[in-house]
Design a protein around this ligand. Structure first.
Ligand SMILES: [Fe+2]
Length: 343
């Protein structure tokens, strides 16, 4: 056949197909995501995912607690294909309440170490965040710092900045204290923090800015807020201290950003493609990556660290299993209230 004639037939066939395909099949491929992570920290990453796969990411954003509440309330009617949250407790609760479905993907299981995913493949961590001690190096010598527990010492009276009890970051940290120390000892620690008359500030960035301005000497924040401020201003006058690193101590408190495919998902294939991308090509250490866009630590051991967080140095992580974080959430909320922790 003459090549021109063949081309014409192909073009004609494509036109006919376009005309007869049902409207739905011609729509863009999409994946709907309920996200507790802010779009700003992921915009570049999702753009590169869409460029690579042609799948559009439709994001609906809310707090960690509110997106979980939405999933519960909507049940089988939810439009969410992917649940993307910032706390292992939320992942664990969604999994145990039947809101997520198991995902069989050799790509994901090869990319994500076992301690960073659910044993039944209901959820997977995509990046790691450490909540640790931040201090003003003008007023605090790092030799005075050691553990979360030590911040209950009266030497810190009037010198602490903490996040309120309503925020999931406080709830999950106190949940970890309960896991590690038992409820009674955890309550003694939290009561000690409260006795030090902390300033409660509902923004990790503002806690760091307050430390920098001399309003507090010590605070607890996630590592990446300092990384972000340092990348804007390398002279930002706050330093990071990795908590609980002594010989007999358990290590710094880790949480994760993580994802699962909802039990009611309509776009299951696209959801799995998104998660596979997040834990492989999406692990790059710059703003086009899932950990990189938010200065978090990758989950994939092959991924490179962003230089600014590599400079925070080596540290040991509390090995408590992520799938236990949901179990202590309610107890943590009750403990914070009993201890009179601010909200
Ligand atoms: Fe955050």
């Amino acid at each position: 056949m003459h090549p021109h004639r063949l081309l014409m037939i192909v073009v004609l066939a494509l036109c006919v197909m376009g005309a007869v395909l049902p409207a739905a099949a011609q729509e863009r491929e999409v994946v709907n995501v309920y996200s507790a992570r802010h779009y700003g920290a992921m915009e570049a990453a999702f753009t590169s995912f869409t460029d690579a796969t042609g799948i559009e990411v439709r994001l609906s954003q809310g707090s960690a607690q509110s997106i979980l509440e939405r999933l519960r309330a909507e049940g089988t009617q939810t439009v969410a294909d992917v649940y993307f949250t910032i706390d292992a407790g939320g992942l664990d609760l969604a999994a145990s309440e039947g809101l997520l479905q198991p995902v069989e993907s050799d790509i994901i299981t090869a990319a994500v170490p076992e301690d960073l995913r659910d044993p039944d493949n209901l959820w997977f961590a995509v990046s790691q965040r450490m909540r640790t001690i931040m201090y003003n190096p003008q007023t605090v010598d790092p030799s005075e710092l050691s553990t979360y527990e030590q911040l209950a010492d009266p030497m810190w009276n009037g010198r602490l900045c903490l996040r309120p009890a309503t925020h999931i970051y406080t709830i999950s940290l106190v949940g970890a204290l309960i896991n590690d120390l038992g409820e009674e000892a955890a309550e003694t620690v939290v009561a000690g923090w409260v006795a030090n008359n902390p300033t409660y500030i509902d923004s990790d960035t503002r806690i760091l800015e307050t430390i920098a301005a001399g309003g507090c000497d010590v605070g607890l924040t996630n590592h990446y807020y300092l990384a972000r401020l340092l990348s804007e201003d390398p002279e930002f006058p706050v330093a990071l201290f990795w908590a609980n690193q002594g010989e007999d101590q358990r290590g710094v408190f880790r949480n994760v950003s993580g994802v699962g495919v909802t039990a009611a998902a309509l776009n299951v294939e696209n959801a799995i493609t998104l998660i596979e991308w997040m834990v492989t090509d999406g692990q790059v250490g710059d703003e086009t990556g899932i950990p990189g866009g938010n200065y978090e630590f990758p989950v994939n051991p092959d991924a490179e660290l962003i230089p600014v967080i590599a400079e925070f140095g080596e540290f040991t992580i509390d090995p408590v299993t992520l799938s236990s974080y949901g179990d202590t959430q309610e107890a943590a909320v009750a403990l914070l209230e009993r201890a009179g922790y601010g909200f």
